[in-house]
Ligand binder design. Structure first.
Ligand code: UD1
Length: 434
């Protein structure tokens, strides 16, 4: 199996450029299904997940072509309406084709995603919302079948918690509805805003961007679009935390600093300097505190929907807290099982206790931590192990790296350019990853 090998303990230094956001690219690519024609998306990251989405769109009859970061998707004629189990099991975001297919053809069949490493992750909000628009949903043989009863009609939809892909699916399902749809307690993540901008550029009428109340007035038809994916705030955050953890100075260029309010605030509270200029962020850690104590201070975090602290940066922040001065309490409120990285961080010497949805991290001096073989359990957990491996002395070997490749574009190369001693060791004849 492929693995990442890191010789830790070197500070990162230099400039790195942010890639396009995975979590924006996926809904925007899916949304091309809603209007027939040739769409052009810029700044699409080349990742395992975006490749899976292209395969899924091709299964549905679209023709897709990539040139660097530009992806052309022609959805003039669709020939299928099914997201098969083989694709959904490798990428839950496959459910994002439900909304656009319902809007355009009135029918979709999508394999029901099972639980995953970080929790049960149901799609009941999506289905309830579709039903309120006049969609009949049935479950058979592990597939959700959604078909429009007579006509899609606008309605008021309320989410118990603001689901990101749920909001995206409801927006795309309702853009061609008869009448007006109001989505209450909608997700406000920047990726949702990116989708709204794209659909409005296609001729949709959506109001309330960046708020928790969206109004979608149905229009007759939409036209194809040329648009751009926003920078990946989770990738940016991961680099900022990695620089803070290794004690270096790193500039992340091509980002939107305003998309990371909670992380920037929390990093500053740890004592790290963060400078903002235009579309770049520079992080600098003052090293070695008095009496050999770490210069980093422990701070508590609580994951929340945007603009709160993102659950997708929780594992990485925990890696940083393992070497901070004091005790940090990390509350995970979004997913029920998102502490799989704890056992692996402990293998590097970290002191972490888990009590329900809280992890209590007692920081240790960097010299008390040491590299070890560890296993990646999910995408963001992998990033946290990379950060930990980069910052502690000794060799860390991370197996199951395919998780990382799902969501980070060229992470190993980007880190090497910042001075990290990191490499991927490929093993031949390996079995396909899930
Ligand atoms: C998206 C992101 C993921 C991120 C997550 C939370 C994409 C492709 N993925 O996932 O990286 O970690 O947002 O920021 O954008 N829930 C239900 N029923 C539903 C839907 C959600 O109970 O029908 C619950 C979930 O179990 C979870 C919470 O709502 O506890 C929020 O999940 P949600 O925002 O839907 O996550 P995703 O959209 O799957």
């Amino acid at each position: 199996m492929d693995k990442i090998v890191i010789e830790g303990g070197r500070p990162l230094a230099g400039t790195v450029r942010a890639s396009g956001a995975k979590n924006a690219a996926l809904p925007l690519m899916a949304a091309t299904l809603v209007a027939p024609g040739s769409h052009v998306l810029h700044n699409v990251p080349d990742l395992r997940d975006t490749r899976t989405m292209l395969r899924l769109l091709e299964t549905l009859g679209a023709s897709c072509e990539r040139q660097g970061t530009i992806v052309r998707i022609d959805t003039t004629s669709l020939t299928g309406a099914e997201a098969p189990y083989e694709l959904v099991k490798t990428m839950r975001a496959s459910v994002l084709v439900l909304g656009p297919l319902i809007a355009r053809t009135g029918y979709a069949r999508v394999s029901l995603p099972g639980g995953c490493a970080i929790g049960a992750r149901p799609i009941d909000y999506h289905l309830r919302g579709f039903e309120q628009l006049g969609v009949i949903t049935t479950l058979a043989e592990g597939y959700v079948e959604a078909s429009v009863d007579t006509v899609l009609k606008g309605n008021v939809v309320y989410f118990d918690t603001p689901s990101v892909t749920g909001t995206e699916n409801l927006i795309t399902a309702s853009v061609l509805c008869r009448g007006t749809t109001v989505i209450k307690n909608a997700a406000r993540e920047p990726e949702v805003g990116n989708l709204i901008d794209m659909l409005n550029a296609m001729g949709a009428d959506i109001e309330g961007r960046d708020s928790d109340r969206l109004t979608v007035r149905g229009v007759e038809r939409l036209r194809p679009v040329e648009t751009e994916i926003i920078p990946d705030r989770i990738e940016v955050g991961t680099f900022l935390i990695a620089a803070a953890a290794t004690g270096g100075e790193v500039t992340v260029a091509g980002c939107v600093p305003g998309h990371l309010p909670a992380l920037i605030e929390k990093l500053r509270s740890t004592g790290v300097d963060i400078g903002e200029t235009g579309d770049s962020l520079t992080v600098r850690r003052k090293d070695a505190g008095a009496g050999g104590r770490p210069a980093l201070k422990s701070v508590d975090i609580r994951t929340m929907p945007y603009p709160g602290f993102p659950t997708d940066l929780q594992a990485q922040f925990m890696a940083l807290m393992t070497q901070a001065d004091g005790v940090s309490v990390i509350h995970e409120t979004i997913f029920e099982n998102r502490f799989m990285h704890v056992a692996e961080l402990r293998r590097l010497g970290a002191e972490i206790k888990v009590d329900g949805s809280a992890a209590i991290v007692t920081g240790r001096r960097r010299e008390e931590l040491c590299g070890a073989p560890v296993m990646a359990t999910d995408l963001r957990a992998s990033a946290s192990l990379v950060i930990a491996g980069l910052s502690v002395p000794g060799t860390t070997e991370i197996s199951r790296v395919y998780h990382l490749e799902r969501g980070y574009e060229n992470m190993v190369d980007k880190l090497r350019e910042l001075g990290a001693a990191i490499r991927t060791e490929r093993e031949e004849n390996q079995a396909g990853a899930t």
